[in-house]
Design a protein around this ligand. Structure first.
Ligand SMILES: C[S@@+](CC[C@H](N)C(=O)[O-])C[C@H]1O[C@@H](n2cnc3c(N)ncnc32)[C@H](O)[C@@H]1O
Length: 243
């Protein structure tokens, strides 16, 4: 399966119920206030933090590769009485009519792009969609291998219709040379005697500092700041069009 299609079908259904806590919207809100509007969230998924930012009156749109996640985002927006514009596109093939003062990912979603070629295409799209003086925020991390005692452990949640939803790690492969970790995840849905079981490879790709700087430069972007998040493994790149 194409990694951009990972969050579809049963994975999109389980994503919301399994999300332990919605992530804090404040860092994204303060980035948009600082960098300006309009703003664009890449990989907005089912709407966190996008819907919160819209409720705060910020001019922010979303992009996501998964029609199923966007359906959920639109439904949540309707339920919350929030108006939101979301676009069904891959970030490595971004083609929108607007230009943005702020383009951001709210978490390390950029690590879902499976290789440097796809990452470069996404960075070129970011450059082409930045308004003059605009800034992009790209958080990146280096994933740790799943601890051996977590393999096979099941996390459960309940769907709206009462179905039992289950996720577990089946196996994992890590390729240090390609900077890629592929975790085979098993998704299950059990309801009234009917069961669905789907195995999906979840690919994470990471970067060296030098490697990411090189990709940004090749895309015509330059890092204006690189911040490590205290107490977290995230490294936040602020990028601007190279002068
Ligand atoms: C971990 S979810 C994050 C969703 C949301 N921002 C949140 O924090 O709840 C990652 C999202 O990125 C999207 N995604 C993955 N690869 C993508 C790509 N190549 N282009 C655009 N979106 C992508 C997925 O469909 C998914 O909705």
């Amino acid at each position: 399966m194409d990694p951009a299609d990972f969050y579809t079908g049963i994975v999109a259904e389980i994503y919301g119920p399994l999300k332990a806590v919605a992530q804090d919207p404040e860092p994204s809100a303060s980035f948009v206030r600082e960098a300006g509007s309009p703003a664009l969230e890449l990989g907005c998924g089912d709407g966190d933090p996008l819907l919160d930012l819209r409720r705060r009156g910020l001019d922010v749109e979303g992009v996501d590769a998964s029609a199923d996640m966007l359906d959920r985002c639109r439904r949540r927006a309707r339920e919350q009485g929030v108006e939101v514009a979301v676009h069904h596109q891959r970030m490595e093939a971004l083609d929108l009519p607007r230009r943005y003062r702020a383009i951001f990912l709210a978490g390390p979603t950029f690590n879902l792009l499976p290789d440097d070629t796809t990452a470069l295409a996404a960075l070129r799209g970011v450059r082409d969609h930045l308004a003059e003086g605009g800034t992009a925020l790209v958080p990146l991390f280096v994933p740790s291998p799943t601890p051996a005692d977590q393999i096979g452990k099941v996390r459960t949640a309940t769907a709206d219709d009462g179905a039992e939803l289950r996720v577990s790690v089946v196996s994992e492969e890590r390729d240090e040379a390609a900077r890629t970790q592929t975790t085979l995840l098993r998704y299950e849905r059990h309801h009234e005697g009917q069961s669905t079981v789907v195995d999906r490879p979840w690919v994470l790709h990471w970067y060296t500092r030098q490697g990411f700087d090189g990709l940004a430069a090749a895309a015509g972007l330059t890092a204006v700041s690189v911040q490590d998040t205290p107490g977290a493994t995230l490294r936040q790149y602020r990028l601007r069009v190279a002068g």
